[in-house]
Write a protein that binds this ligand. Structure first.
Ligand code: M6R
Length: 573
């Protein structure tokens, strides 16, 4: 998703913005750009990587105020022209934007009738032209900006600057925006990571807020009235967001799982949420991607009457009731839209399970429980998935009066060397199947998702019992089938599924409990994992599958931290 960063200080805007943009790269992007504010505006933007801008930025004038953007294309192809910032006809106003302006066609044709010339295919470009139009009516920038924002429909986090003024104007609706407060300098960004090296003091901008910052002050208004927004002290350090000696963020994050899970399980809010959920007759769960898999794992473990809906389908299927929304980022547009739908129909209470403190979901939910996984930079969810599972299994254990489980992730991580070796074989395959039964069908789905999103290998997951209802037709000589087979009530039937695969020449790659002689005997590719509570096995069994996808991607020459076409936080529907 687009990333935005703004800086208002005494000088050094070039470097601050560049560094901020680099830290936002993890959100996924196809172009980048920045504008610096001096007696006139200086612009640099292009399709491609932030690193490509770095070599050209030295030729730009130094300034105290500026804005920067990483673009993830929605309207208009990735190109120099469509990259942000966008300017008005006079090139006095520059604007960056994350989100979608839904009424941009009407606004654009109105502006064109008035003689405005458009350079790009983006929805965003209407904003600087509208500001220009308002400024022509002899009013100040804040009045002009407010009038423009009030005409916009859709979702946005917008930053605007105007030549000769060291102020950044901002507005937010349904796209993340946070202010960082420094000494003699202030920041604006889609994510605190962009200003963590400078300050940990943040103000989360609310939906509907409009305002400005300069190096000394911030001003925020809502519904035309000045408002004070509370400060939050961000606990994450800048170092937390660095690679810490690992070649990729993803590998570092896989290895952080023992700590992330242990920290998460310490949160007393798990017990509180368990008490709340224990009083419910039914619970709807809504989530997307890996978070959806966490919800599915909870359904297998829990005795609660639950229903799980994919966020983007929620609107069509929701019939009312209390909802648990699961989201690492707390900014996934589909999931937020689902929660807004619950509110719109007065459907019930909303519980959030979120990693990012201060994110939109935490503000929309009636009650939030956090995973304490720290920042996850790799686009693929790893430590946040196992931390989500920790919360959900913690809730389940509370409700059943069981001891909160412990998870031997370290033993699972010891398979790293073997996964690296196995990745040599996997990297040569056109397609891979993943199977599991019961909770392990979730492990299979998550393993397959990791393989396709990182290594770009067609990876399909099925419940073991479903093989014979269709996919078995695709199993032939040499097709690898990853079988997740812990020591649970499904083990015998899984052995049956593995035999079905072997009978057709498929190559089973089996993950089971260390020391399981029967499994070892049926496959020469057997990998042993520690004994686990059978209902909670996905939390440890997913670890080698994350490692396998990681090594396969690296071997094939792909960047596992930034898979193509994907974004960390999907803030459009
Ligand atoms: O931030 P969220 O948990 O709401 O994100 C949902 C999905 O976009 C996310 O889990 C996605 O599937 C991951 N990149 C998969 O690794």
């Amino acid at each position: 998703m687009c990333g935005i960063v703004g800086y208002a200080g005494g000088g050094g805007a070039r470097e601050v913005l560049l560094r901020g943009l680099k830290s936002l790269e993890y959100r996924g992007y196809d172009s980048a750009g920045l504008a610096l504010c001096g007696d006139r505006l200086h612009l640099l933007k292009d399709a491609g990587r932030v690193a490509d801008l770095e070599v050209r930025i030295e030729h730009m004038t130094e300034a105290g105020t500026g804005i920067g953007h990483t673009r993830w294309a929605t309207h208009g192809v990735p190109s120099q022209i469509n990259a942000h910032p966008h300017t008005d006809c006079t090139r006095k106003v520059a604007v960056i934007h994350n989100g979608i302006i839904e009424n941009f066609m009407e606004l654009k044709s109105e502006l064109m009738k008035g003689g405005h010339k458009f350079k790009s295919d983006t929805d965003t470009e209407v904003i600087p032209h509208m500001i220009e139009e308002e400024l022509n009516k002899q009013q100040g920038m804040m009045d002009a900006f407010r009038k423009v924002v009030n005409k916009l429909e859709g979702s946005y986090a917008i930053l605007a600057i105007i030549e000769g003024k060291n102020e950044i104007y901002f507005a937010r609706k349904h796209s993340p925006l946070v202010i960082g407060l420094g000494r003699g300098e202030n920041f604006l960004a889609s994510d605190v990571i962009a200003f963590l090296p400078h300050t940990r003091c943040a103000v989360f901008v609310k939906d509907g807020d409009i305002g400005w910052v300069n190096s000394e002050k911030i001003y925020v208004e809502a519904d035309g009235n000045k408002v004070e927004r509370p400060f939050t002290n961000i606990e994450w350090s800048a170092e937390d967001a660095m690679k810490g000696g690992y070649p990729h963020f993803m590998l570092k994050e896989i290895y952080e799982q023992p700590d992330a899970v242990a920290n998460t399980l310490l949160d007393a809010r798990i017990e509180q949420l368990a008490t709340e959920l224990g009083h419910l007759k039914e619970l709807e769960i809504v989530a997307a991607g890996t978070s959806y898999h966490a919800g599915l794992a909870f359904m297998y473990a829990s005795d609660l009457k639950t229903r799980l809906l994919v966020s983007s389908e929620f609107r069509a299927l929701y019939k009312g009731g209390d909802v648990l929304a699961i989201s690492q980022s707390g900014e996934t547009a589909d999931t937020l839209q689902a929660v807004r739908q619950v509110r719109a129909v007065n459907g019930g209470k909303v519980f959030g399970l979120v990693n990012v403190n201060g994110s939109t979901l935490t503000r929309l939910a009636d009650q939030t429980v956090y995973t304490h996984a720290g920042p996850e930079i790799g686009v693929a969810a790893t430590k946040t998935f196992t931390s989500q599972l920790a919360v959900l299994y913690g809730i389940d254990a509370e409700l059943k009066g069981k001891k909160i489980p412990t998870f031997d992730i370290e033993s699972a991580l010891r398979l790293n060397g073997e996964m690296k070796k196995l990745s040599i074989d996997m990297s040569r395959r056109q397609g891979i199947f993943y199977i599991g039964r019961g909770p392990s069908s979730v492990t299979a789905r998550e393993g397959a998702l990791k393989m396709k999103e990182l290594a770009y290998i067609q990876a399909e997951a099925y419940e073991g019992g479903e093989l014979k209802h269709g996919p078995l037709a695709l199993i032939e000589e040499g097709v690898p089938v990853v079988a997740v087979c812990p020591n649970d009530i499904h083990r015998k039937k899984m052995i049956g599924s593995i035999e079905e695969v072997k009978a057709r020449g498929g190559v089973p790659v089996v993950f089971g409990e260390a020391g399981d002689k029967e499994l070892k005997a049926i496959s020469d590719r057997f990998y042993g994992l520690p004994a686990t509570d059978p209902f909670y096995s996905p939390l440890t069994y997913v670890v080698p599958l994350q490692l396998l996808a990681y090594h396969t991607a690296v071997l094939l020459g792909w960047d596992p931290d930034k898979p193509r076409n994907l974004a960390k936080s999907v803030t459009v529907e």
